[in-house]
Design a protein around this ligand. Structure first.
Ligand code: F3S
Length: 412
């Protein structure tokens, strides 16, 4: 790889052993990707959390955090709600280790957002900005909806970029990596988020690591629909970028999305495909609901408002657990607006910093959820991972249907 003088000096250790180690890693990473050079990044999104069962793992990140941040940095979810840890069965020792580590991160300039949707809480790169983000749903959202440029970074490549400030210039960073590969012709009207989530799940499976281009979308999906779709595209597949002419910013027509070349594969998504995808994501054959999980990816303020209004004056059925997942920054606003109060007065739990699937991936099962239970959700991603990590049966449907089932205990 070609290195600038500045990058060479970092590699030689001028900025200390950790930056040197990070550069060594990034050079190997860049060579493997056949990148010719690095590009500076303006934003990094990184995981700095450790499972509650192995809290001391955060110590691995300490030298990097102490080396300081070379770009604006936010953090991906934690393995538990860092304020309501005791309600989740996290030990005092694990919580203390995490809190001490948060203090260290704060001191060294890491913004402890603990969210899968950093674009909801101030990490909002603009079109064309080179960034280095981990978390697949956020990568797809940043590349597609914001028009920023990130590869599919993992924990270590993102942490190395956090201290070195650069990433290999290849893949999603270059124009050639952003050309459409699959044309998805949508032949059914889509209304709410869960339908976009289903479309994303379908298209992710079809596109794999490609760049799907959507044609025929009748409505104008907003942040919430695109957030949900970004997550599901990166769940059934590994999609890091999609184009939706007149909705996403990089291609104003299908032709432009394919750079005036002919689309490789053309796939149709009709009413029957929507139905089949929703059925595939619903493994339960029963009409009862034990658990409801909403806010995957983390709920926006608008979603918090909607859920609070729908729950006003209602009560979650005894024995049913309702989790609403969001970021701490959104929770604060939702608290100010009494949305948190309304949801919790109804019997729901506003879970911050994490979600049930992530908690389970860290070795804990949140109270109220047991293996074999039936979990309702409006998110294809939560249904997909919930089934695997929480070992629950799933019901996939609209936010309204999920909230109604939390109140009645029935899936109707
Ligand atoms: Fe976020 Fe958990 Fe969904 S990390 S994207 S709420 S699976």
């Amino acid at each position: 790889m070609f290195l600038t003088k500045y990058e060479e000096r970092m590699l030689e250790g001028e900025q200390g052993s950790i930056v040197k180690e990070a550069m060594e890693h990034l050079v190997k990473y860049g060579d493997a990707l056949r990148a010719e050079r690095f590009v500076r990044v303006s934003s990094v999104h990184i995981s700095l959390a450790a499972p509650a069962a192995l809290p001391q793992l955060v110590q691995n990140y300490e030298p990097y955090v102490k080396a300081g941040v070379a770009a604006f940095t936010t953090t991906h979810v934690a393995f538990f709600d860092v304020n309501r840890w005791s309600e989740l069965g996290v030990s005092e020792e694990a919580a203390k280790i995490q809190h001490n580590f948060m203090d260290l991160c704060r001191k060294h300039g890491v913004n402890m957002t603990y969210t899968c949707a950093p674009y909801l809480v101030g990490n909002v790169p603009r079109i064309g900005e080179n960034i280095a983000w981990m978390e697949s749903s956020a990568q797809a959202y940043a590349n597609s909806v914001l028009g920023a440029r990130t590869n599919r970074e993992g924990t270590y490549s993102a942490i190395a970029t956090m201290v070195a400030g650069c990433t290999p210039y290849c893949g999603m960073h270059v124009d050639e990596g952003r050309i459409g590969t699959h044309l998805i012709k949508v032949e059914v009207g889509l209304g709410s988020s869960y339908e976009y989530s289903a479309l994303g799940y379908f298209a992710g499976e079809v596109s794999g690591l490609g760049v799907p281009v959507f044609d025929g979308i009748a409505g104008r999906p907003g942040l919430e629909e695109l957030k949900s779709m970004s997550a599901s595209l990166a769940t059934s597949g590994g999609v890091a970028l999609f184009h939706m002419p007149n909705v996403t910013p990089e291609a104003s027509s299908v032709e432009e999305a394919f750079r005036w070349d002919s689309p490789g594969d053309v796939v149709y998504f009709g009413r029957a495909d929507l139905k089949a995808t929703c059925e595939f994501l619903s493994t339960s054959t029963e009409d009862k609901t034990d658990v409801v999980v909403l806010g995957c990816p983390h709920a926006s303020l608008k979603e918090m408002e909607y859920m609070a209004r729908r729950l006003e004056g209602k009560k979650v059925k005894e024995g049913v657990k309702l989790f609403v997942c969001t970021a701490a920054g959104i929770r604060d606003l939702a608290e100010r607006m009494s949305y948190v109060g309304t949801i919790e007065a109804a019997g729901g739990m506003v879970l911050t910093d994490t979600c049930p699937s992530i908690i389970a991936s860290g070795g804990l099962i949140p109270g109220g959820i047991e293996r074999g239970m039936t979990m309702a959700t409006n998110s294809a991603k939560q249904a997909h991972y919930g089934a695997a990590l929480l070992e629950v049966e799933t019901l996939f449907g609209s936010t309204d249907r999920c909230l109604d089932s939390a109140v009645s205990g029935k899936w109707r």
